[in-house]
Each structure stands twice: as C-alpha cells, then as structure tokens.
Design a protein around this ligand. Sequence first.
Ligand SMILES: O=P(O)(O)OC[C@H]1O[C@](O)(COP(=O)(O)O)[C@@H](O)[C@@H]1O
Ligand SMILES: [Mg+2]
Ligand SMILES: [Mg+2]
Length: 317
Amino acid sequence: MTTTLAQWLAAQPVDPKLASVVASMAAASIDIAAELRTASIAGHTGLAGQTNVQGEAQKALDVISNDIVLKHIEQNPEISILVSEELDEAVTFDNGGAYLVATDPLDGSSNLDVNVTVGTIFSVLPSAGGLLQTGRAQLAAGYAAYGPATSLVLTFGTSVAVFTLNQNGEFVLTADNPRIPEASAEYAINTARERFWDEPTRRYVTENVAGETGSAGKRYNMRWVGSMVADIHRIMMRGGIFLYPLDSETVSKGGRLRLLYEANPMALLMQAAGGRSTTGRLDILDVVPTDIHQRVPVILGSAKEVARVEGLYRSLD
Ligand SMILES: O=P(O)(O)OC[C@H]1O[C@](O)(COP(=O)(O)O)[C@@H](O)[C@@H]1O
Ligand SMILES: [Mg+2]
Ligand SMILES: [Mg+2]
C-alpha cells in the first residue's frame, strides 16, 4: 500500500501546525524540482550578478529557489521567522506563528551547470527560542535531493522517513526508518584541501588510504560529489562518513558549512537514523550559535567512523 506524505504527516504524533511547516517545505521542494528540470531551457542558469552576505556569488537558481521557499513560507501562518542562506537578515512575519524555519534553499549550486544532484536543506525550531538556538532545539529537519529521482528525507527527531516524488507530483514513502550502518568503509572529503588540513584529519585520511595495510585494517573507498545533500543522502542510504573539517584556510571563518541551515539539520537527521555528528571536539547539536550565518566544522555519518575521528582529535589535540 502506498503512503503519501500527507497521510504520513497526519499519522505523526506531532502538532499538526508543525506538520504543516514541513508540508510547506515539501511543497517548495516540488516547485524547485520543477524549476531545475527546465532551468537551462528557460535560460535560468549562471550567475545572478549578486553576492550573498557570505560573499559568495549567487547563482540565478539560488535566488529563484530562495524566492520559491519564501513564497511558500509567507503562505503558512504558523511560520513567523525565516533564516535563509540567501538572505542577509532573518525575515519575520507578524502572524504569531510558533515556528522558525532555517534553510539552504539550494545546496551544492556549483553542481548546477553540470546536472549533478543538488538539494534543499531545512531546520524547524520554536520561534519563541529566538534566532540563536542550538541544534538540540530543532523540532524537525529535512532535505530534498534533486537527483535522478527527487527524494525528500524528514525527521521529527526520533526516526527518519524517505519519500520519492512520483509522476503525479506527489511524495510517497519509499523507506521508513532507514538505519545508518554503524561501521562503514566509505569516506567523503575534498582531498584537494589536504595542505590545509589539521593533524587529526590528515591522520584519519592517511589511515584510510593505507587500507588493509594500515591501522584501520580494512580497505576504504572515497566519494565526493561536492553537494552536501548528495553526499549525505548516500550516507543515509548505505553508510559512510562526510568531513568538512576546520582547516587552516577556513579557521578564521569557523569552517566552511553553515550551522543553522546545513550542519544542524543534517546532524539531527543523522542522529535520528542511528548516526553521529561532531565538529571533532563537540557534537554539532551542542554548538551554541552566535550568528545566523555562522560556519562550523562538519564531520558526520556512521557512528563508529565518527567516533574514530573524535578519538584522533582527543589524542592529537
Ligand atoms: O567546493 P567544495 O570545497 O568541494 O565544497 C562543497 C561543499 O560546499 C557546498 O556546496 C556549500 O553549499 P552551497 O552550495 O549551498 O553554498 C556543499 O554542498 C558542499 O558539500
Ligand atoms: Mg549549502
Ligand atoms: Mg545554498
């Protein structure tokens, strides 16, 4: 029997208003998926000619995706605050809504022009907690992956559900409560940054490359899509570890990836699926934000691999 997203949301033991927030983000992702399918025909590719608050050149599709999310959020009176990678400041709505959404409307946008999987990431928090809450306060999190199929992966904190967009434009449940294997032999890191790495990262990768001849004692494989959503979705479905650690080039910024709308939602999803997350020294979910666009080192995935990296940080610090 097929379970649609609407049926699944109605069956969850959560406030229906919270479920409506997730439904709004799912609806936004359906519109973004449609936009991406024909963007190159419509000429919606390339740079938008603006930079965001983080000094990154915005792609036309970053801006379009942000506008789509904004449109859906404005229509939902339960959402009173929006934080977006593409908006310098948080947007507040005078509607008394109990929820805050933090989002990366289009993740991995450097992959757009080559038709590689990109995504949308979001986190839902109580708006009463203000802008700077830790990841532990999240009430829901999810991402959409726009690949060969459009997948939507959701959690309200305890388990994860995976939906696939069908030919009628409806999300249907395709994996209920997938569990990330504790052990894995696949890692994801941008090795072109090796000269900037800290010692624990260098040691971890060196051990993996040594495979069965080194202290890890088994052969590893490496995968790096360069879209966090695509790399995390692979880990969600078959295990592995993703690393964007603090390195000598990103240290002044605090890391590469953003805490509120990239690291925290992915950390909650990983935890709900039996995985782990860390900055190397601290669970990502415990990092106290000081800025809505704060960056953070990100290491997450299969529990035993994350523990191995944490062990290296402990012993080499
Ligand atoms: O360019 P690099 O170093 O491979 O970094 C890739 C990382 O940057 C990101 O593209 C950052 O996200 P945005 O595209 O939303 O800015 C991640 O998706 C990805 O994991
Ligand atoms: Mg991103
Ligand atoms: Mg983005």
